[in-house]
Design a protein around this ligand. Structure first.
Ligand code: 7PJ
Length: 276
């Protein structure tokens, strides 16, 4: 159960931590491009020291209401950071993008994983990912980020997420993505209410029947705010609980903001899983 991320090989039967690195202007105080690159690198170095296997670099916000960025703007935000981290740090750089040009260039600069919350649905994305030749994470989303949280309805959320992912696996393979390099993600919070998210988490292990490693991201998300009543900067304990549950249910990657704390939680989960 190994996967090759541009030369770095990971055992996907274990759980690995992915640190979130947003390079949108609202995520760093705006002191110009060089200061932004510096700030991103400092954060990436810390995540690597804290035990992250991946750093997920994203330049396009998927928050409802966020402004659409141009391809050039996304390239300008993402590429220098991908290049610097790939050159300097012993982590796998993941690029959080739905834009084919960004996929190609980021992989050319050293990225080892394409993380697409739109599951390669944009024109040209599937062939860009296939040509890039690195693993791809296909995430379930219902609708588009702008409107996805307007009263999402499912008859059976687990079945529908599974059906969507099956279709996207087929499309990716048809475009030339290797079946051995596909990772799946149920997409917590992407067109789902609290009940949908909880059902998906409760039955996460059932997604293993699709035959691909799983990535999950619940860190600081509003589902955890709804459960605990906490604001976004007070959701670390809830996020650790969500990551621990995911690791116990066999997730291969947990995408989180708080790497150091989550690495410890995942280590406890892995130690327990080893004895049973
Ligand atoms: C996810 C993501 C997720 C994957 C974001 C946020 C929203 N990529 N990108 N899975 N979430 N694969 O971090 O709150 O859940 S952005």
């Amino acid at each position: 159960m190994e996967m090759n991320f541009a030369g770095r090989v990971l055992d996907m039967s274990r759980c690995h931590v992915m640190g979130v690195l947003n390079v949108t202007p609202d995520s760093f105080s705006d002191g110009g491009r060089f200061n932004r690159l510096d700030a991103a690198l400092l954060k990436a170095r810390q995540m690597a020291r804290d035990g992250a296997a991946f750093v997920d670099v994203g330049g396009e916000s998927t928050r409802p209401g966020a402004a659409r960025v141009s391809v050039q703007e996304e390239l300008d935000r993402v590429c220098p950071v991908v290049e610097a981290i790939s050159r300097e740090l012993d982590v796998i750089v993941s690029v959080d993008t739905s834009t084919p040009e960004v996929m190609s260039q980021a992989v050319g600069l050293g990225a080892g994983l394409i993380n697409d919350v739109r599951a390669l649905q944009r024109d040209g994305a599937a062939s860009a990912a296939a040509n890039a030749g690195v693993p791809v994470c296909l995430m379930h989303i219902k609708g588009e980020p702008d409107t996805m949280q307007n009263r999402p309805v499912y008859e059976n959320v687990l079945r529908e997420v599974g059906e969507f992912l099956t279709l996207r696996i087929r499309a990716a393979e048809k475009a030339g993505v290797s079946p051995k390099s596909i990772i799946l993600d149920p997409g917590f919070g992407f067109g789902k209410n609290l009940d949908h998210n909880l059902r998906l988490l409760a039955s996460l292990e059932q997604l293993h029947v699709l035959g691909h490693p799983l990535l999950v991201g619940m860190s600081r998300k509003s589902m955890l705010g709804q459960i605990t009543g906490r604001e976004v900067d007070e959701r670390l304990p809830a996020s650790i609980a969500a990551a621990t549950i995911s690791a116990m249910k066999g997730a291969s990657i947990v995408r989180v903001h708080d790497v150091r704390e989550t690495v410890d939680a995942v280590r406890v989960s892995m130690a327990v899983k080893e004895v049973v």
